[in-house]
Design a protein. Structure first.
Length: 250
């Protein structure tokens, strides 16, 4: 029987695994300990400690911006628990403005390929969070027919992270002509968009992009967020160098 828990230990998009809770507990105690050593009045240390504990545990529960809370608790767990394997019911929720964000992920979890036309319509939704949910669902359903529309989003959507998710999904679908789009994303202002582009270029494995990725790495190296991107850069460069050596050896 399904537990509603995905391969990362998350339930409904929130990490509730024992390891995650233990980590938050350790961080909370460490923060309180550091505060108690601070040279400030006792009342200030106690107040700061309480605030830090609340913040640590709140951050651990925060969902991605724009995800509706009550539909997420209601619809997705029901689908993942296997209690309501009714594709028509879930598919109908794609037309509900309050439910369509979560319903997009639910139809993908069910593997309901009949929902692909409805998901394609959601790619034109005004809410960028809904567009991204549809993009991810189409990728999970291996909807090759969505490639032209996904390319349009990757090239021209007004929201940078929608472009990023669309480009990443194109890579997952095996669309090799996404390379110019990913190279443009390397110059996005948001570091997370650049990080996604680096990862996707590594997955794409085109050795001609090694110079661009290396140059982006040099630009980002002096930014403090490089600490968060270092792993993606290292893995991408490793893959691209391996692909280059394989190409030279032919």
């Amino acid at each position: 029987m399904s537990t509603g828990r995905d391969e990362t230990g998350k339930v409904g998009g929130v990490d509730r695994s024992l390891g995650a809770r233990a980590k938050r507990l350790v961080v909370a105690f460490a923060a309180v300990y550091m505060v108690m050593l601070a040279p400030v009045p006792l009342w200030a240390r106690i107040l700061s400690g309480v605030v830090l504990v609340l913040l640590v545990f709140r951050v651990g529960r925060v969902k991605r911006a724009g995800r509706p809370s009550w539909p997420d608790r209601y619809l997705r767990p029901r689908v993942l628990h296997g209690k309501d394997h009714d594709p028509e019911y879930v598919r109908a929720a794609l037309s509900d403005p309050e439910m369509r964000y979560v319903a997009a992920g639910a139809v993908a979890d069910l593997g309901d390929t009949e929902a692909i036309p409805d998901l394609m319509r959601l790619l034109r939704a005004a809410d960028p969070h809904v567009r991204v949910a549809a993009v991810k669902a189409l990728g999970k359903l291996h909807a090759d027919e969505a490639i032209p529309r996904l390319r349009e989003l990757a090239e021209g959507d007004e929201v940078s992270w929608v472009r990023t998710w669309a480009a990443d999904t194109l890579v997952d679908l095996g669309y090799t002509e996404v390379k110019p789009i990913l190279l443009d994303l390397l110059r996005e202002d948001r570091w997370i968009d650049r990080s996604f582009a680096v990862y996707s270029l590594g997955v794409l494995g085109d050795p001609t992009t090694l110079a661009a990725v290396s140059e982006a790495r040099r630009r980002d190296r002096w930014h403090w967020r490089y600490l968060l991107m270092r792993g993606q850069y290292r893995e991408a460069v490793k893959r691209l160098r391996r692909a280059s050596l394989e190409q030279d050896g032919r």
